[in-house]
Design a protein around this ligand. Structure first.
Ligand SMILES: Cc1cc2nc3c(=O)[nH]c(=O)nc-3n(C[C@H](O)[C@H](O)[C@H](O)COP(=O)(O)OP(=O)(O)OC[C@H]3O[C@@H](n4cnc5c(N)ncnc54)[C@H](O)[C@@H]3O)c2cc1C
Length: 666
């Protein structure tokens, strides 16, 4: 087995940095020349698929479209479709009486005012660039910026994140950017003295670690991290992070799907016997940037849309303000976003929302060359040109197996069946929301803390995943001061003479409060998350009741934070099967389902959302919603939503020449 070493270090990082850039130019990358990239058209073009495309006329076959699921992904898809193809008739099918899916915010009255509890997601990450741009644009267009609870990167919630190990809270080293000298010294001390960072220095042995065998197509994330960086890093640090995002077990989740870039970097330069750290270092020294090709494609398509005569984006987020934010939410919680979306969709001609209507089958009607959506609650089945499903693999299996004799999709092979079954993994999470009258309940400030899998069981018999300090992200502390901030969005309009969009100089004046916050009551809000993968094997009868969960949360808070006080309000809710868990082999499952969608539904049944993208964040939901609307608008029936699993690709951009190459993972 090849082992990386000093020779590879020298070759990768030093020698090649001194070489002229001689890589073949396979495409020109997007070059936005405007200050924010918003006010000028992109330059250049190329015959390759990552070039900035021109926007084709809307697909004439997309007349009627069904969307399955009225959560964030379904609503955002309807929003984008209605903008992209305004003449199309869109029907949303939602099983429940309420729209919004897992997004659910509740306002609770207490003696001194109101407190907002979140039962699902609570904040949206303000990630750089294309990862969060679709969400931010939607927020601006829905006119929600006045109610934005904006947590800056300097806030305690952004800078102070804790892990609990083995019996105390440990503050994670502060990000170097913006850190004071004392922060830096404290971080070094933490890494040198805390057992949490035991054997942390093993990560520097990574370049000498054997590369994975060429035949290995996926492995558990925990094994991957242990193999490259050491078991302690996997169990103490990575496991806590994946408890926070997936409530998942790193030894069951797919490394290929959840650590895509690292997985690629490990084997990218096999002949050079390289390593992940060396590849990162080499890229830095050689002024190369690497990104997932699907994200680059999204950016290119977005540039085309942004600068097309339709100029459908009249308001774009102002990077000057959003670059300063860490996370955000809204005055009335995240449900304000789905409510605003719902309201906009209800006002839009051509959109029908069918609540309390569960979809049971989707069949391909060969005679009409259309898709039929069947639901027991709505006896009149309807036919559509396209169906977009945000439902999981279990529903997809049901659709494939649908036994309508007229339906060629009614038969399915065992491989597709197995892929649907295998990828249909999820966890239950118990959410416990607590409110205390005492505003000074906590002696520390920050986002909250996560609990790694390596914590001794006597320190976490409740099997909690983490505790969030809700008051810190509710706007009471460190929110961006609105009156002294630049405007949250830039107003654009299309200049017919110049044939390009221009920035409108006047902004609408802001007349809201200085600080926007969620709670009017001054106390402290905490949320305990419990269960997740720890409860995978538990029978329903073994799961705690909501009352028991509240007791367990209080015992945990006494042990970890020394909180003796009784909460004024305590509520719990068990979210069943709420977070999909991409298992080892997930990418292969998705490739199999992609083929089946093409052959059984001619690519006109498209899938999207956390079940299919392997990423549970709300930003991802909205980004892929926009991507799906483009796929239908541009008549790209070869895109099912799973096409990226067929051949994972990455774009390497060489900064001095602005040329790029594409790398593929086999
Ligand atoms: C506890 C928790 C905390 C989270 N925290 C965060 C966070 O802080 N930040 C973040 O970015 N993300 C977070 N997430 C993830 C985020 O909430 C989800 O990614 C997002 O809400 C998924 O939206 P969706 O529309 O794809 O799915 P869902 O919300 O599951 O919506 C799917 C909809 O389909 C409906 N449906 C199901 N079956 C049928 C059927 N047969 N017919 C018709 N309709 C059907 C359901 O009723 C539901 O309304 C969190 C998730 C959970 C559960």
């Amino acid at each position: 087995m090849p082992v990386a070493g000093c020779n590879a270090l020298y070759r990768n990082t030093v020698k090649s940095a001194l070489q002229p850039r001689v890589r073949p130019a396979t495409l020109r990358t997007l070059t936005t020349t405007g200050r924010n990239g918003y006010d000028r058209a992109p330059q250049g073009g190329s015959p390759f698929d990552l070039a900035v495309p021109s926007v084709p006329p809307p697909n004439p076959h997309a007349r009627e479209i069904a969307i399955l699921g009225g959560g964030l992904t379904g609503l955002a898809t309807a929003y984008h479709l209605s903008r992209e193809i305004p003449k199309a008739k869109i029907t949303i099918y939602e099983k429940n009486a309420r729209l919004g899916g897992w997004i659910d915010s509740e306002t609770v009255k207490v003696d001194n005012g109101d407190v907002l509890f979140e039962w699902g997601p609570r904040t949206i990450r303000c990630a750089p660039g294309i990862m969060s741009s679709a969400m931010l644009e939607m927020v601006c267009d829905l006119d929600l910026t006045n109610d934005l609870v904006a947590i800056s990167k300097e806030a305690a919630a952004a800078r102070n994140r804790y892990l609990y190990y083995p019996d105390r809270l440990v503050k994670m080293p502060a990000p170097l950017k913006g850190a004071s000298f004392s922060d830096f010294i404290e971080s070094v001390r933490t890494v040198l003295t805390e057992p949490l960072f035991e054997r942390f220095w093993n990560i520097f042995k990574e370049p000498w670690t054997p590369l994975r065998d060429e035949n290995v197509k996926d492995e558990p994330l925990g094994d991957f991290i242990s193999r490259r960086f050491g078991k302690e890093v996997a169990n103490n640090i990575a496991s806590a992070f994946f408890h926070g995002v997936y409530a998942g077990d790193i030894y069951q989740l797919s490394a290929r799907t959840l650590a895509t870039m690292m997985w690629h970097l490990e084997s990218r330069n096999r002949d050079e016997k390289s390593s992940i750290l060396l590849e990162v270092l080499a890229d830095r020294l050689n002024r190369r940037g690497i990104a997932r090709a699907d994200l680059v494609r999204h950016r290119q398509r977005f540039a085309a849309a942004l600068n097309s005569p339709d100029a459908y984006l009249r308001r774009v987020p102002n990077p000057e303000i959003f670059d300063r934010l860490s996370v955000y939410t809204f005055k009335h919680g995240l449900a304000q976003l789905t409510s605003a979306l719902e309201q906009r969709l209800r006002q839009t001609k051509n959109i029908t929302i069918l609540e309390s209507t569960a979809v049971e089958e989707v069949t391909f009607e060969k005679a009409q060359d259309r898709l039929r959506v069947g639901s027991k609650s709505s006896p009149a089945a309807s036919v559509y040109d396209y169906v977009v499903s945000t439902l999981g693999p279990r529903s997809m299996q049901q659709f494939f197996l649908s036994n309508n004799p007229r339906n060629p999709a009614g038969t399915t092979d065992e491989r597709v069946n197995a892929a649907c079954q295998h990828s249909n993994k999820s966890v239950n999470v118990m959410v416990i929301n607590l409110y205390y009258d005492n505003p000074d309940l906590l002696s520390i400030r920050g986002f909250g803390y996560l609990i790694p899998r390596s914590v001794p069981v006597e320190q976490n018999p409740e099997r909690a995943l983490g505790v969030l300090f809700g008051s810190e992200t509710s706007g009471r502390f460190d929110s961006v001061n609105r009156r002294s901030s630049p405007p949250f969005y830039i107003q654009r309009e299309w200049d017919k003479e110049k044939g390009q969009p221009v920035v409108r100089p006047q902004q609408e004046p802001y007349d809201g409060p200085d600080i926007v916050h969620q709670d009017t009551a001054p106390g402290t809000k905490l949320t305990v998350m419990m269960g997740g993968h720890w409860w995978n094997e538990w029978a329903d009868s073994d799961l705690p009741t909501e009352k028991q969960a509240i007791e367990m949360a209080q015992t945990l808070l006494k042990r970890h934070l020394n909180i003796d006080e009784r909460p004024t309000v305590a509520k719990a809710r068990l979210n069943r099967n709420c977070i999909p868990q991409p298992p080892v082999g997930y990418a292969q499952d998705m490739a199999t389902i992609h083929d089946a969608l093409l052959s059984k539904y001619k690519g006109r049944l498209k899938v999207l959302g956390p079940w299919w993208q392997g990423a549970p964040g709300m930003n991802d939901c909205v980004r892929v919603a926009r991507e799906t609307a483009w796929a239908i608008r541009d008549h790209k029936d070869e895109l099912t939503g799973l096409q990226n699993y067929m051949r994972e690709s990455f774009v390497v951009t060489h900064l001095p020449t602005r040329q790029a190459t594409i790398e593929y993972t086999e």
